[in-house]
Design a protein around this ligand. Structure first.
Ligand SMILES: Cc1cc2nc3c(=O)[nH]c(=O)nc-3n(C[C@H](O)[C@H](O)[C@H](O)COP(=O)(O)OP(=O)(O)OC[C@H]3O[C@@H](n4cnc5c(N)ncnc54)[C@H](O)[C@@H]3O)c2cc1C
Length: 415
């Protein structure tokens, strides 16, 4: 059996290792286009904060790891997939035939169409190469503007802030992390960041960037102009699917997959930031670009590629974020559902917030700040689709009784 995996990030690596565990004799080729050993983007913030060196970002620390597992690591870029002939072609002309193919090509950062966005001092924070550029240009006292305060943006902000710059963050949404947090939580995170010395402008857009000597002059849509030494663009990512044009593999935002992670073409699978999978709870398709999901999707894909049927119960939207030391979390349908009830507990002074969203007597989503002790229980109740019965009324009266509710109803449901 010839397994070819395109992309050597966390999804590609876990799939290759899973395949080897299941089949000692298969040919496994793992193709990556970055000039580094397989590494984790998640570790980049720790690199920028000086907590680890570059080798600390590598997914496997032993240099012989892949050779020992007889996984062929191929440096190259796949230009096209021929699903009829069952082969992939690389930009250097090499052609590889496959019996099973996994596409785990991840995503790339997108930048808004702002004049000057291509200037050299406008940086992304996505690859190790980006991290090197940031380390070279941002130090104590540097004037930095970051565009975007989403989930990844907030993680990047934390690692930038640790480098001691004068940092301004501009977010076009009406609050921070708008796709993960409600208005109350987004405003609380903003207030926290401001107390830590980061200037935050929400509801604002960058409309122009121009060179100003060695610096950049940045103009916002309310007319404010700022002179900065660097601009970090963190305005979202898009799946790497361009090379699939004409392949017959169905793509919407990402590659459409079923519960087994198979694409519209039999024998071809997709996993990680490039895949658009079925969401737990809503049944909608989502690209859930976080590492735990990438790895779990890859494991399921590999099982199926090796002939062991397996299915994902659905991608569960669950994010925990550390923003300059403030821990927030969002779960499932945190916005609530039509006709559903909600319970809320707010302590502005102590930066603690809990909001529970119910559908009938089931918890379907939540936002929390502080309350880290409840994260496991919240996840268990939502992902377990636990029927709360009379415990719903008790939680509406006092959301802090979550653990009791889980003991009374969640454990019983598991049994
Ligand atoms: C700064 C930062 C912090 C993050 N922090 C977190 C966090 O705290 N928690 C979390 O869950 N997630 C975090 N993420 C997101 C997480 O890194 C991604 O979800 C994860 O990397 C997805 O893994 P993947 O294997 O799908 O894709 P990737 O890691 O992107 O790997 C895909 C690889 O395939 C390569 N490739 C693409 N196209 C081709 C081609 N045509 N031919 C060959 N190779 C190709 C790419 O260059 C890349 O090397 C963070 C990301 C960043 C940038």
């Amino acid at each position: 059996m010839r397994h070819v995996i395109i992309g050597n990030g966390p999804a590609g690596v876990v799939a290759a290792e899973t395949l080897r565990r299941l089949d000692a004799h298969a040919e496994i080729t793992l193709i990556g286009d970055e000039a580094e050993p397989p590494y984790s983007r998640m570790a980049i913030p720790y690199l920028l904060m000086g907590e680890i060196d570059e080798a600390g970002t590598y997914l496997r620390k032993d240099a012989d790891h892949f050779a020992r597992l007889r996984i062929r690591l191929l440096h190259g870029r796949v230009a096209a997939v021929d699903t009829g002939k069952g082969c992939v072609s690389l930009t250097d002309g090499e052609v590889l035939a496959y019996d099973r193919l996994l596409i785990a090509t991840g995503a790339h950062p997108v930048r808004p169409p702002v004049p000057g966005i291509e200037l050299p001092k406008v940086l992304s924070c996505w690859t190790l190469a980006d991290a090197r550029a940031i380390a070279a240009s941002i130090g104590t006292g540097a004037r930095v503007l970051q565009m975007g305060a989403g989930f990844i943006g907030c993680i990047i902000m934390e690692s930038l802030a640790a480098r001691g710059p004068q940092l301004t963050v501009v977010e076009m949404g009406d609050r921070m992390v708008p796709r993960m947090m409600d208005e109350v939580a987004g405003a609380m995170i903003q207030r926290w960041c401001e107390t830590k010395g980061v200037r935050i402008r929400t509801g604002r857009r960058v409309v122009g960037i121009a060179p100003a000597g060695k610096a950049l002059r940045v103009e916002l849509d309310d007319g404010e102009t700022l002179e900065v030494d660097a601009l970090i663009s963190a305005t979202g990512v898009k799946p790497n699917v361009a090379f699939l044009e004409g392949s017959g593999i169905e793509v919407a935002a990402g590659i459409l997959v079923d519960g087994s992670m198979q694409t519209s073409v039999a024998g071809i699978y997709a996993a990680g930031d490039v895949a658009e999978a079925i969401e737990f709870g809503t049944g909608r398709r989502v690209v859930n670009a976080i590492q735990p999901d990438a790895v779990e999707q890859a494991r399921i894909a590999a099982l199926n590629m090796a002939g062991r049927p397996a299915a994902l119960p659905g991608t569960f939207i669950f994010n925990v974020l550390d923003t300059l030391g403030l821990i927030s979390a969002s779960f499932g349908q945190w916005q609530g559902v039509p006709g559903g009830e909600a319970a809320q507990l707010l302590d502005e002074a102590e930066y603690r917030y809990l909001r529970l969203a119910f559908d009938g007597d089931r918890l379907v989503g939540a936002n929390s700040i502080g309350h880290t002790e409840h994260i496991g229980v919240l996840r268990g109740l939502i992902q377990g689709r636990v029927r709360l019965g009379e415990w719903k009324t008790r939680l509406l009266a006092n959301p802090l009784r979550l653990s009791e509710a889980y003991l009374a109803r969640g454990i019983a449901a598991v049994r």
